[in-house]
Design a protein around this ligand. Sequence first.
Ligand code: AMP
Ligand code: MN
Ligand code: MN
Length: 327
Amino acid sequence: MIRKASSVVSCIQKAENILVAGHIMPDGDCISSVVSLSVGIERFGKKATPAIDWKISPNFKVFPWIERIKGFDEEIPKPDLIIVVDASSPDRIGRFENFLRMGVPSIVIDHHATNTYFANECWVDPSYSSTAQMILDLLRLMDIEYDRDLALMNYLGIATDTGFFRYSNVDSSVFQAAAELVSLGADPDFVATAILETRKIEELFLERDAIDNITLLSNNRFAYSYLTLADFEKYSLTDDDFTGFVGELRSIESVEVALFASEARSGEAHVSLRSKKYFDVSEIAVAFGGGGHQKASGFTLKYEGDLKSALSEAVQMIDSRLQNERT
Ligand code: AMP
Ligand code: MN
Ligand code: MN
């Protein structure tokens, strides 16, 4: 860790104007990492621009510095260094990939095992729970001073990427990192309330539709479901408003693999995959052009016709792998 993190620090030292880019469909880890690293770089005496080519969910609006995150259409000075965080491949940063194509020197800081090592300098370590935990180690190495707001922002990604300290990526280092940030002023209750307890009633109605669509296969070890564009439109919601249902599917006692697909627009769906104990869902995600972790992955599916038929190839792949196992 120290060697890779040190080379990141020396790149930052040499640069003046740094773009910190997160991934499309940003989650808590992405937003936490983009903002915490940008603030850290500024406290290090350099210019930093936090950037995400996607709408930021209203849940995150209560967090400090969120309004500073630039979208692609806003004016952005040409950076002399781009640091990509929490993204396993360059397409994940949306149109900010243009800067990589233009040859701007690049760094990636990421914890996905499926990372494609697409930057000039790659600090990729799947043993970390979250990119936010890597950022904490990096900012410590840079001797950055933490106030309550920075502690809160950095804590956000560790909490969300571990399912609030429940997933198999939790080890003692996660609790140590979280404890340190809480002692610096991060408020766990504020984060949990902002993320988990701000649901609209319509989201529960949508959940009812998603429950109606559940199919169980492979002797109930595989559960999948989906929501179409029409389902979202019925409640004036978008797929960005409805996350986490794949976790509900995995919570079924008999289930090892869960798949949930949401139609973002006609002919395009985001597919989320989860496993409970041993199945490597990242292999499925990579087969469909996506990526992620062994127990949490995703991909974007493009198709003609209806979502349910479009899903059948992935569904069959998972089903046949589970059927072929000796149990
Ligand atoms: P999600 O199901 O969207 O919560 O994503 C689960 C994990 O898979 C996260 O670590 C994502 O970064 C990763 N992931 C999701 N979608 C994609 C994609 N289209 N390409 C690569 N990785 C993805
Ligand atoms: Mn992420
Ligand atoms: Mn992450």
